[in-house]
Design a protein around this ligand. Structure first.
Ligand SMILES: [Zn+2]
Length: 76
């Protein structure tokens, strides 16, 4: 099960993209809608829950169920 084991290799070159960050008009990382202050950095509780779900069940522990659909990796 370790086919995709990630080495702990730091990639400092990737961090050189800070210039593209905007100070205003932050967008929800889940659905790309404008962030709502109350729920930031998300646009709503729903998206906050989705993100939380990723942490709780998506990445670390997958109880025998695969999530299919729009789980496409969009590493930039
Ligand atoms: Zn959202």
């Amino acid at each position: 099960m370790n086919a995709l084991t990630r080495r702990a290799q730091p990639e400092p070159s990737r961090k050189a993209t800070k210039g593209t960050e905007r100070k205003t008009g932050a967008k929800c990382p889940i659905c790309d809608k404008p962030v709502v202050r109350e729920y930031r950095p998300f646009c709503s509780k729903r998206c906050a829950d989705i993100d939380l779900g990723h942490w709780l069940g998506g990445r670390y522990v997958v109880p025998g169920e695969r999530i299919t659909g729009n789980e496409a990796e969009t590493d930039e």
